[in-house]
Design a binder for this molecule. Structure first.
Ligand code: NAD
Length: 545
């Protein structure tokens, strides 16, 4: 019954649990990890509310323990993409016309399931599938994901409330229609929260979705799907397929009802999708929405007034948490010569205590990198860096895949601020540092260097105490990032607090988990109703003097 006005409270960020020894959450998570490891998950696709299995299955292993099979998924074929599109389009009308508050209830329930009864399950899945340590899993799969769901409902209510003015005798309203057709969500491996948010944000606004998760994340994506089913998501709203990405894109991006793509992943893939959309433009009923958050080459710039403890902590956490596999990870740092020795002393002492290994051991800070491809790509960057006479490997530089895809935290000191590892996204635990001579090189020249070194502009941080310097850097670095941090690391954006996204080759900057993102998934219709319409065509000025 739509006869009600529901009050939507401003949500609070989901508190991060500590997982201290002896705590109930730690016990529950350890038990869940054990339980999951005693089971081999059979993971079907999910189309029109039905589990879909095929005759081709692919095994799944934790990146940190390649000898332990945790499941297998059913690989889909072209026909499954067509089925997913048809299912979405058939479900569209009822979903789009449903009272939005009742739609929103499903998302709020999913958030409560994630932060409540499914907390251990979604954390354990993320730890096993993506090799996140307990803290990295908690801030992603539970806290950020629940925040996305709750804040999006709040932002949707703000959007729907935004109405044009009405005047005497004229009633104007704005209806926020979902897009006509279906949305294609393509998700990356590195955040369970992003994987969930990309199909769910358009769905909240009344859209129907075909979701293609990353193969290396689909073990935890399946848990997301289980939660959505329990939360009451109707059949056909989100259809999850495990199909070849190129084949899937060829079918979806040439479909007349394709209405938008919600993508997070690498810049190269996003560019190819955009080009394909351009080539198919004549086939579409509407101009599709193209929303993509892509790569980064994120920096930390220190000023000589920096607090050395703050600086070394920001660099180490920013560069190596989750093995440097965050789009926001610090992968280049600029440190003045006058404070370099002291900074390195602190960094080195801390690095020596870093434990890299199986994330099921809670004392580990770094797990394995996601896949064999990643492991090879990162290894190649390190090998080339070692050959460059401008570089010194200050720490790490080793990698080994006997047990899992382990790469040591690696610090490269370079004399060439435009060397390969200063400019290209590596997406692994590799940090390159350029020490600038603060007696010779001006701060302006370093600002210009940062501005012109990389094609990306996702995140950046400055560490400084001097207020005038902070103001100068904030202005000078305006276009180098979409998320800028002062005296903090360049990672860890929180939904509702630091809306996230970058410019240049880092994406369309539509700020995931914000009103700006949700607006991309609606096509407003303005309705004017005239209470006293004119009854004859002439205007008063036409009468004779
Ligand atoms: P990726 O580009 O390899 O894969 C992303 C998704 O695209 C996967 O689901 C993959 O299967 C799919 N894909 C690959 N080729 C495709 C094609 N031709 N058509 C359709 N889909 C295709 O990225 P990844 O390794 O999963 O994630 C890492 C990348 O994501 C990094 O570049 C990182 O910076 C970026 N990222 C950006 C943000 C952000 O907010 N800016 C957040 C997370 C990750």
């Amino acid at each position: 019954m739509p006869n009600k006005i529901v009050s939507i409270v401003i949500p609070e960020n989901e508190p991060i649990k500590d997982y201290l020894p002896g705590s109930s959450e730690r016990k529950a998570l350890k038990e869940e990890l054990k339980r999951r490891k005693s089971v081999v998950y059979d993971i079907p696709m999910f189309i029109n509310g039905k589990e879909v299995r095929t005759d081709e299955t692919i095994d799944l292993y934790p990146p940190h323990e390649l000898s332990h099979k945790i499941g297998y998924y059913h690989k889909g074929k072209k026909e499954h993409v067509h089925q997913a599109i048809d299912a979405a389009l058939s479900a569209r009308a009822q979903w789009a016309n449903m009272h939005w508050e009742d739609r929103a209830n499903i998302f709020l329930k999913a958030a409560d399931l994630i932060s409540g009864p499914y907390r251990a399950s979604i954390n354990a899945a993320t730890m096993l599938a993506q090799s996140k340590n307990v803290y990295q899993a908690e801030i992603d799969a539970v806290c950020e994901f629940a925040d996305f769901l709750r804040f999006n409902v709040h932002f949707a209510s703000e959007i729907y409330r935004e109405q044009p003015i009405s005047v005497p005798n004229i009633r104007n309203t704005m209806e926020y229609r979902p897009l006509e057709g279906f949305v294609y969500a393509i998700t990356p491996f590195n955040f369970t929260a992003i994987a969930g948010n990309l199909p769910l944000a358009p769905a909240l606004m009344g859209n129907v979705v075909v979701w293609k998760p990353s193969f290396t994340q689909l073990y935890s994506a399946w848990t997301v799907m289980e939660i959505l089913r329990e939360a009451g998501l109707p059949d056909g709203i989100i259809n999850m397929v495990f199909t070849d990405p190129i084949e899937t894109s060829a079918i979806i991006l040439s479909h007349p009802e394709f209405s938008g793509v919600h993508f997070t992943g690498s810049t190269g893939v996003f560019n190819s999708l955009w080009k394909m959309i351009g080539e198919n433009l004549d086939k579409y009923r509407s101009y599709p929405r193209i929303v993509g958050e892509t790569g980064g080459k994120d920096y930390i710039l220190a000023h000589k007034s920096a607090d050395i403890d703050v600086l070394s902590t920001a660099i180490l956490r920013g560069a190596f948490e989750y093995q440097g596999q965050k789009c926001s990870a610090c992968s280049r740092a600029y440190i003045p010569k006058s404070i370099w020795d002291k900074t390195w002393e602190k960094m080195y002492a801390a690095l020596k205590t870093f434990k890299v290994g199986n994330v099921e051991d809670f004392s580990v800070i770094m797990g394995a990198v996601i896949s064999e491809d990643s492991y090879k790509r990162i290894g190649n960057y390190i090998a080339h860096a070692k050959e460059n006479p401008n570089n010194i490997i200050m720490y790490g530089g080793g990698y080994d895949k006997k047990i899992g895809y382990f790469v040591e935290p690696t610090v490269i000191l370079t004399k060439d601020p435009k060397s390969v590892t200063m400019t290209e996204e590596i997406f692994g635990p590799v940090l390159t540092i350029y020490v600038y001579d603060d007696e010779v090189e001006s701060l302006d020249s370093i600002v210009e260097l940062i501005d012109n070194t990389s094609a990306y502009a996702l995140t950046g941080a400055i560490i400084a105490h001097d207020t005038y310097v902070i103001e100068k850097l904030k202005l000078g670095l305006t276009n180098t990032s979409g998320n800028f941090y002062i005296n903090d690391k360049c990672t860890g954006a929180v939904v509702g607090q630091q809306p996230f996204g970058g410019a240049r080759k880092s994406g369309t900057n539509d700020k995931a988990g914000s009103k700006w993102n949700l607006l991309r998934w609606v096509s407003p219709r303005t309705v004017k109703e005239n209470f006293t319409p004119p009854k004859y065509y002439t205007y008063p000025y036409m009468s004779e003097e």
